[in-house]
Design a protein. Sequence first.
Length: 114
Amino acid sequence: MENCIFCKIIRGEIPAKKEYESDSIFVFHDITPQAPIHLLIIPKTHITSMNEIGNLDPKVTNEIFQVIPKLAEKNGILEKGYRVVNNCGNYGGQTVGHLHFHLLGGRHMVWPPG
Ligand code: AMP
Ligand code: ZN
């Protein structure tokens, strides 16, 4: 997508601190971290939100979730625990219209979320 900020990051048009990349997914550090570890995991295919997950190749969906504990281990948060978040739509608090999962860790999370 031409004007999507995350597509621009994938294409290297906007700088980002890359954590991991495969043929299908891209992982980078959130620019406004909400925890000591705050990564964003995104498919390289432009999918607008969780509502369109059916348009994503299930192999890629699987890859996203398989990589999460690997990222957690690499960042030293596997044992203590972490949180995976998807914000969907207006009420969900989504601000970027490219499907992404937040991986947050390094502090004790609270519930319920704000
Ligand atoms: P959400 O509010 O769930 O849509 O999450 C979007 C996230 O993208 C927010 O946590 C932002 O801080 C983050 N974000 C926005 N622009 C950038 C950027 N250029 N590089 C890294 N993270 C970004
Ligand atoms: Zn996009």
